[in-house]
Design a protein around this ligand. Structure first.
Ligand code: AMP
Ligand code: GLY
Length: 423
């Protein structure tokens, strides 16, 4: 069969790498892809938001399954458009993707279906948001309602910072229409974890636990990024908590979405805060996490393709997921200056040496090719992913890879996975 993967980051490289191992697959296309993906798939020069172009391509090539990586095409309705044309596609519909596309919608679903989450208010008037902030007190969290590339959330230490965040979103319109509404919510303490589950709209098939590292510097210092590294499994999610998350978070949301008339099919990603065994949901995403997909797919033993097809067709019954016992750790190597401005086009060395290391995969994220040389192009450049018998061994393997690779200004956290060793 023929597969089309939409996206060109580390998550999509991991998806292509995993599906390329499936005996069901003859050919993979990836739009737009990247130089790492090009070793496994044919890259197609189409942007992720070119919905008409992508559908024309899938139709012309008779693609059997399209797999959507990032949130933007989902919130634009790519799944609705493909399904209307009779093409099988993995991901939630436009209505269902509102779970990620609107934080206000997401909070309302959680409140209505009893999912544990922080107390909140949603506001379309600046003064009402300020009054609520004054009532709740600090620390407090201010979020732009719509998609803001991970930059629309401010965890404010005091009331002045929270009000400044509201003004930045609503008056300065820093995120455009994504900031027409704000969600203001109670600050939750604890340790974060990511929990992903496949769903056909009714049944759920949870993945292994994982943990992201959002702040740019070691010890969770500095501004938030898209994620500087991830590992799986995450010991903060104990076996008992794992079951509790499925029962109190994943199933109620899947049932709630169906009851609301926006049945959710695809992979549902819950961003969680775990405080002394107590679960709080921070957000839902309508897709695989990036970089969580890299360690998760590295550990997945089962063929991914039948599971994605079953979700897309709306019948997951009989599907199971088997996992390698090994742990996996992904360390993101980023451009100097990220998450701020950075220089592009710098040649990356050591990729050949890293490719020779056993139990190591270097997933490309923000790379491009110039005159036959791989250079940096995006903020997050590579997801260097190691496997090992324990998290400690996987950490050592990932950093062995990182130390083999370099370019001018490259930076990375040196403590990815360290939280798993403390538990
Ligand atoms: P979100 O996009 O909603 O997941 O928020 C981005 C990041 O902000 C999260 O990964 C957390 O680190 C932090 N955050 C969001 N909401 C809260 C909250 N209610 N309490 C504490 N931290 C939060
Ligand atoms: N790693 C966070 C995300 O994918 O949203």
């Amino acid at each position: 069969m023929k597969i089309l993967v939409i996206g060109g980051g580390g998550r999509e490289h991991a998806l292509v790498w995993k599906m390329a191992q499936s005996p069901l697959v003859d050919k993979i296309y990836c739009a737009p892809g990247n130089p790492g993906i090009a070793a496994l798939a044919e890259c197609v020069d189409l942007a992720v938001d070119d919905l008409d172009g992508l559908l024309s391509f899938a139709t012309a090539r008779q693609i059997d399954l399209t797999v959507v990586g990032p949130e933007l095409p989902l919130t634009l309705g790519i799944v609705d458009q493909f399904e209307a044309a009779g093409r099988l596609i993995f991901g939630p519909s436009k209505l269902a993707a509102q779970l990620e596309g609107s934080k206000a919608f997401c909070k309302d679903i959680m409140a209505k279906y009893g999912v544990p989450t922080a107390a909140y208010g949603t506001f379309s008037e600046r003064d009402d948001a300020v009054a609520f902030i004054n009532k709740l007190g600090a620390p407090i969290v201010v979020k732009a309602d719509g998609l803001a590339a991970g930059k629309g959330v401010v965890v404010a230490r005091d009331i002045a910072e929270a009000i400044a965040a509201v003004d930045h979103i609503m008056l300065d319109k820093a995120f455009g229409a994504a900031g027409e509404k704000v969600v203001v919510e109670e600050f939750l303490n604890g340790e974060e974890a990511s929990f992903l589950a496949f769903t056909d709209g009714e049944r759920v098939l949870p993945l292994a636990s994982s943990q992201d590292h959002k702040p740019v510097f070691d010890n969770d210092q500095g501004p938030n990024t898209g994620g500087m590294g991830a590992y799986s499994p995450a010991p903060v999610v104990t076996a008992a908590l794992y079951d509790e998350i499925v029962e109190t978070v994943i199933k109620p949301v899947v049932r709630g979405m169906a009851a609301e008339g926006c049945t959710y099919r695809g992979v549902l990603y819950a961003g969680l805060m775990i405080d002394d065994g107590k679960i709080g949901v921070l957000e839902f995403n309508a897709r695989f996490g990036d970089p969580e997909a890299q360690p998760l797919l590295s550990r997945l033993k089962s063929d991914l393709v039948p599971v994605l097809m079953a979700c897309a067709r709306g019948d997951l019954s009989g599907q199971v997921l088997e996992w390698h016992e090994q742990a996996a750790v992904c360390v993101v190597m980023a451009s100097g200056g990220y998450p701020g401005d950075f220089a592009k086009g710098l040649p990356i060395s050591g990729l050949d040496a890293a490719a020779k290391i056993d139990e190591l995969m270097v997933f490309h994220a923000g790379t491009t090719e110039r005159d036959g040389q791989v250079v940096n192009q995006g903020g997050r450049v590579l997801g260097v992913t190691g496997r090992g018998a324990t998290v400690a061994a996987a950490i050592a393997k990932a950093y062995e890879g990182v130390h083999a690779i370099s370019w001018e200004g490259a930076h990375y956290r040196t403590d990815i996975g360290a939280k798993a060793l403390r538990l």
